[in-house]
Design a protein around this ligand. Sequence first.
Ligand SMILES: C[S@@+](CC[C@H](N)C(=O)[O-])C[C@H]1O[C@@H](n2cnc3c(N)ncnc32)[C@H](O)[C@@H]1O
Length: 256
Amino acid sequence: MPDYIKFVESIKQKTGIDLAAYKEAQMKRRLTSLYEKKGYKNFVEFFNALDHDRDLLNEFLDRMTINVSEFYRNGKRWEVLQNKIFPKLLAENKRLKIWSAACSTGEEPYTTAMVLSNYLPLSQISVHATDLDENAIHRAKVGIYPERSLAEVPNEIKFKYFEKQGQFYKVEDAIKKTANFKKHNLLKDTYDKNYDLIICRNVMIYFTEEAKDQIYQNFSNSLRSGGILFVGSTEQIFNPGKFGFEIEDTFFYRKK
Ligand SMILES: C[S@@+](CC[C@H](N)C(=O)[O-])C[C@H]1O[C@@H](n2cnc3c(N)ncnc32)[C@H](O)[C@@H]1O
């Protein structure tokens, strides 16, 4: 059996993570550069080592998950969310059920709360925020970010919701309280139902076509009729109708 396939099977057994659902060439390249750096010769040696070394297992998880994120990432899309999508959703429902899926270190759910705070008091905002990576979730809960994570944050929001601490910025507690963080694997765990809005950005690019199709179908099943899926700025769905979606705006899909 080829080296990588065996590695994929062993990792699934050990962690429940199915690397076969991620684009193979990309994942292999990332993991090969890690094991070479660590002095291993192939995937078999690498697995044997991480099977007994918690720190190495964490490094592997870090390398495979890619936690890059930013507040107000692709700012124009957040303007559409603020000026078009939220007013429509709020006209249909006063309390919104929102999920930020693959939220990484928290910038996305916190941005969601900041944008929605234009319409609702923070005490009425709740964002379910999930990621596969427990380290990322831990950092999200701490809520301290380097300046580069805030590059797209409007100035008035920066003053209102962040506190400068030396080189870093800390998110206000009132914003932190709006997010409920939980570990969730999009490929394996069950999806909650009846969402008004699901935000899932910049993770689908890593998955195979089959995995993507399954996840889009799951999102569709999880949205109420009229609910919105907000995707990343390189992640248009080529056949939205297949999943019961129609285009609401660029990178926004409405469940029929
Ligand atoms: C590049 S970040 C995207 C963060 C944020 N959504 C954004 O657009 O800025 C990708 C995130 O997807 C998460 N991820 C990867 N595979 C996942 C899976 N199977 N289930 C849930 N999250 C996953 C990673 O841990 C990582 O935090």
